[in-house]
Design a protein around this ligand. Structure first.
Ligand SMILES: C[S@@+](CC[C@H](N)C(=O)[O-])C[C@H]1O[C@@H](n2cnc3c(N)ncnc32)[C@H](O)[C@@H]1O
Length: 259
């Protein structure tokens, strides 16, 4: 087997070690009838990330974790594959799929190199999976390869403003000040972060996303910046609800492979 890129190996170890902390949240999300997205639980009726009827569509979730997004798609009629870099996360996904009687194909692997033929899927999605943990210059072209012409990729992840406002020592909470350059390095290594040390993530300036989509062969269908709801409270990954009401903490891209 080819050696994993450094960030994929680091993130595998991180997520295998963390998986037990995500079981409860996974169980809650599997039990939800209506999808709710991201840190602030924005309802699907507001964001519209999934087609209402996915009957017969072949869909893939890139970095599926406990695979509740996969379950939401399967319940809408899609034939779903989930790929994840962490075997421990997939163990939870497998158990919940069995418990809920939802058929999913689950693959242990890297979303930057998916063991599936070209043009296998109509729809690809990532909520905080490949969207932040995989190298965009690898996983975006890979998603493009996997999609059929006209196929859609939707992904939700951390807004670049959060990265720019993140203190260099990784301390929380995220302040309302610019702490890092907007341009430049898109790799964020949180292994030595002062608060909540993590793995290696990626974040791009918006012009770089657009250039990447265009050079890969994707056209932008939609771009959303998520605002925390008026009644949101607490702190999510160092971001207070107040911060996320004033500034976007998450973004959603919807792009289509040229037909
Ligand atoms: C936060 S979970 C995302 C799943 C779910 N939507 C959620 O928010 O809980 C992040 C997942 O991305 C996976 N991941 C990280 N890097 C990956 C990669 N290169 N390929 C596939 N999965 C990856 C991790 O193993 C982890 O299970």
């Amino acid at each position: 087997m080819a050696e994993l890129p450094e960030h994929v190996a680091v993130n595998r170890e991180y997520w295998d070690g963390m998986a037990h902390e995500w079981v409860e949240a996974g169980e809650r999300s599997w039990n939800q009838a209506e999808p709710a997205w991201g840190s602030w639980g924005i309802p699907e009726s507001e964001l519209h990330l999934l087609p209402d009827d996915m009957t017969g569509l072949q869909a893939i979730e890139l970095g599926c974790g406990t695979a509740y997004v996969s379950a939401w798609m399967a319940r809408r009629g899609a034939v779903v594959t989930g790929i994840d870099n962490s075997l421990e996360q997939l163990r939870t996904a497998e158990r919940l799929a069995q418990q809920h009687g939802v058929a999913l194909e689950l693959i242990h692997g890297n979303a930057e190199a998916v063991p599936k033929p070209d043009e296998s899927f109509d729809f690809a999605i990532s909520e905080y999976g490949a969207a932040i943990w995989a190298d965009p210059y690898r996983w975006i072209p890979e998603a493009h390869r996997l999609l059929r012409p006209g196929g859609t990729l939707v992904f939700l992840g951390t807004h670049h403003l959060v990265s720019v406002c993140s203190p260099l020592d990784g301390s929380f909470p995220i302040p309302r000040t610019l702490e890092r350059p907007y341009f430049g390095d898109h790799r964020l290594d949180w292994r030595d972060a002062a608060d909540d040390p993590g793995g290696i993530e990626f974040s791009l300036p918006f012009s770089a996303w657009i250039r990447l989509f265009r050079s890969t062969g994707f056209e932008v269908v939609d771009f959303a910046e998520i605002q925390a709801p008026a009644d949101a409270v607490g702190t999510k990954s160092g971001i207070t609800a107040d911060w996320a009401r004033d500034y976007p903490s998450e973004h959603v891209w919807t792009v289509r492979k040229a037909g």
